[in-house]
Structures are given as C-alpha cells and as structure tokens.
Design a protein around this ligand. Structure first.
Ligand code: ARG
Length: 466
C-alpha cells in the first residue's frame, strides 16, 4: 500500500489505498506547476487564520518564514513531491511541516479544503497565463500592423470561395487577421472580470465554521472579491472552459491565416517568400522550403479544440458540488496555454519576416474578372436595374472567357454589341485602382479606410523602435 504517512487523509481508513487507486488518483505530475500559487494561497490563508485568532503572532511569523523558504526550495527544485504523494497540496503540507514543525504547520489546514484551494489556484494560474497570452497577442498584432504599414497601397486578389472575387489592398487583408485577435484580447479582458473572484473560504462546499474572512484572502491574492456561492465556487469550471475556448479561438484564427500562408508560399501562388529562419527544409529534396510553422499552428489548433471539447464533456452531467472528475480540468488547460506560448513566438516571427512579391500581387489583382462587380455597379449608376446590369456583365465575362481575354481588352464595338449601356466610359471602372478607391465606406478596402483601421490597431500594438 502506497499511502505516505503524511497523507492528507487516512484517519478513518483501516488500510491505505491500493496501488492501483493511488496511481489513478495521483496528480502531482501535472499539478506540481501550481505549487507556487498554492503557497501564495497558504500565505493569505494564514493571515485569515491569525486575524480570526487561530494563530498567534509567533506562529504566524514562523509560518510566513517557512512559506518563503519552501517556495525557494520548490522553485530551485530542491523540494519535490514524493512518488507516493497524491497531489500538490499533500506534498506542500509535508514541506511546511518539515520546515515549521508539525505543531505549527499542522494548524494551517484549518478552515480550508483542497476543493476551495484548487479552485483558487487554477484561477490564479489562468490570470497569469492571461497576461502572457495578451503579450503574445499584442506582439502578433504588431507584426501584422508592421506588414500592413510596409505595404500600404499594394493591391491583391480578394477571394471568396477561394476564387478571385474583388481586388483588395494587401494591408486590408492582413488587418482582417488582426481584428479577430483583437476580439480575443477583448475576450480575455472580459473573462478576467469574471475570473477575479476568490473561491477561498468556500471550504469543501458549504463555507467554513471558523469565521475566516474571505475578503482578506481575496485581497491578499489580488482578486476583486470572494465568490458569491461556496457550492458554485468549488464545483463550477465554466471559467476554465471559457479560457480554454479563448485559447482554441486564438488557435483557430492563427490556423485560418496559416492556411493562406501555406497556399501563398507555393510556386503557383508566389505571393510570398518565407524567411529562411522561419521555414524548414526536406531531408531528401534539396530544393524544398516548407511552411512548417504555419502547418504546425494549423495542426495544433486541432489539439486546442480537442482540449476544449474534452473539458466540456468532463463537465457535462456533474452534480453539485465538487467531484473528482474536476481534477481533469488541469491538463487540457495547461496544454492549451503551453501550446499557444510555443506557437506564438514562431508564428509572429514568421509573419514579421514574410517577403511579399508586390508585382505578383498587383498583377493578379484584376485577374479572374475581379472587376466585374465594378462594371455592374457602373451600369447601375447609369440607371440600369441591377438585375439587368448583372446579366449584361455576365455576358461580357462570357465573351472574355470565349476569347480568352480580360474585361478591358474587349473593343468598344463588342461592348456595344453586348449592351447599348456599355459605353466606352465604362473603362474608367475597369482598373484595380478605381475598384479599391471606390470602396470607401466604413470598413471598406479604400486606402483612407485601411489607414483608419491601422491607426486604431496601432493604439493596441504600437510600432517597436528600431
Ligand atoms: N487534485 C484535486 C483536483 O485537482 C484537488 C482537490 C481534491 N479534493 C478532493 N476532495 N479529493 O481537483
């Protein structure tokens, strides 16, 4: 039987747990990374114990020193959980006892439960992870803005259904990948308001009988307030699911851009070249330069989605309040955070170092009859009903396809043959410049609109010096 003498429970058991149970139950191999948060919680908790009269000044001082020492040992790696220890809480209680002695350290567990403890630690972890993700998101936005700014005025094919649709500015396209990440930043900010409540004091489920002040702990730990309901506090993991959703959404938004970068860097597209330091070679084909960063980002978005769906499935059907199933919240959460923190620096570096082929983009912008809408709308401005204008322009495209030419290459007389409304003046709108310039409503691809977007985004991600 593998139960350690220092286990947090065992008084009512005649035997220790079976090895198989201990192995299943154990979480130190993943929850140990919460050790420092647990110690922070403990140092807030002893203040509440002391304020309520359960620790005298000497005991408080001994424990405060012991916690600092234990945190040092944890961080240096000189204190580690024993193989038989169930979780981070059990290991840290042993550590505290080793330093402060059983008489004083044995008082610390009063008035709290691993249930309110773990709920608090996970929130603390997420709040810190949120800061790191916000930094990475901002860096990425900065790289998108830099590229948009460096390519102001460059036109490219805009697509729907992956087919040429209407010309757009490259900057407009790049910034279309910025806004979803701005919303992800906003999601994190909004989530933060809900997450900044401290479950400490909820106890196992119903609160504690010792009159400990949950406000004091909340304040010490940097939360805005204690949670409103002890049962909710110990059992709900919607905030974890929400955070894991935001991670998944960030990953999906990176993946959407990945897909384009992969296509854009092919020989056929030739829109962009990847920098050597952000692309990989092949072990057999000497000529290869592969977009592995984009592919890994795209691939890892699958695991981010998996983390979210797995967690949601875990939460479904759990009765109030704490259930051990909840231990399963941590691995998907940690993995989602670790995945993004691994992907972001590489992805941002790749985006920052993309070399666009301006001539190629400009050349392809009007191809695929992407100015046909402009022709149809010109006809509308001449008083033709859109239904007819659509039909007339369709006929023009049909002719071009048959003659294998572009819209502007059709002669005046041929235009007239298609429709008397197609006067030579229609040629004014058969240019990329005019197509882009005329889409100047809010959020359109016209340059002033794009510059306005850039200005707004720059407030979030200022250009770095140098
Ligand atoms: N390892 C547990 C978790 O992650 C901590 C809480 C354990 N509570 C309990 N009653 N066994 O959820």
């Amino acid at each position: 039987m593998a139960q350690s003498n220092d286990a947090l429970w065992g008084g009512r058991f005649a035997s220790g747990p079976a090895d198989a149970l201990a192995a299943l139950s154990k979480s130190t191999h993943f929850d140990w990374r919460l050790a420092s948060y647990d110690l922070l919680g403990t140092s807030a908790h002893i203040k509440a114990l002391s304020a309520a009269g359960y620790l005298d000044a000497d005991e408080l001082a001994i424990l405060e020193k012991a916690i600092i020492e234990l945190d040092k040992r944890v961080r240096s790696g000189s204190f580690r959980p024993k193989p038989e220890e169930e979780d981070v809480h059990a290991a840290l209680e042993r550590g505290l006892i080793e330093i402060a002695g059983a008489d004083v350290a044995g008082k610390v567990r009063a008035g709290r439960s691993r249930n309110d403890q773990i709920a608090t630690l996970v929130r603390s972890f997420m709040l810190e992870a949120a800061d790191l993700l916000q930094i990475e998101l901002t860096e990425y936005l900065g790289a998108l803005c830099d590229q948009a700014e460096d390519h102001v005025g460059v036109a490219m094919p805009g697509r729907t259904h992956f087919q040429h649709a209407q010309p757009v500015l490259l900057s407009h396209h790049l910034l279309a990948h910025a806004w979803p990440q701005v919303r992800n930043l906003q999601r994190i900010e909004d989530w933060r308001k809900r997450a900044k409540k401290s479950p400490y004091g909820a106890g196992a489920l119903a609160g504690n009988t010792l009159g400990l002040d949950p406000n004091l702990v909340a304040q010490e730990l940097g939360f805005d307030a204690p949670t409103e309901n002890s049962m909710d506090a110990t059992s709900a993991r919607d905030l974890v699911a929400e955070f894991v959703f935001i991670c998944a959404m960030i990953g999906i938004d990176l993946s959407r851009f990945s897909e384009e970068i992969i296509a854009w860097s092919t020989y056929e597209f030739g829109y962009v070249k990847l920098d050597d330091s952000f692309s990989t070679g092949s072990s057999i084909m000497p000529q290869k330069k592969n977009p592995d960063i984009a592919e890994l980002a795209r691939g890892k978005s699958g695991r981010l989605i998996g983390n979210l769906s797995g967690l949601l499935a875990t939460l479904k059907g759990l009765p109030l309040s704490y259930n051990r199933d909840l231990q399963e919240d941590k691995e998907p959460l940690f993995d989602s955070v670790d995945t993004l923190l691994l992907v972001f620096p590489a992805f941002t570096g790749m985006v920052a170092s993309l070399k666009f082929d301006r001539e190629r983009l400009e050349e392809l912008a009007p191809r695929g009859f992407s100015l046909a809408t402009d022709v149809a709308e010109w006809l509308v401005k001449q008083g033709v009903a859109f239904r007819d204008a659509h039909e007339i322009t369709g006929n023009l495209v049909k002719l071009c396809e048959a003659q294998n030419c572009e819209l502007h290459q059709v002669s005046d007389s041929e235009l007239q043959k298609i429709s008397k409304h197609l006067r030579p003046e229609v040629r004014e709108v058969m240019s990329v410049t005019s197509a882009i310039r005329s889409r100047d409503g809010a959020g359109g691809t016209a340059l002033p609109q794009v510059l306005e977007q850039l200005l707004a985004l720059r407030k979030l991600a200022p250009r770095k010096q140098g």
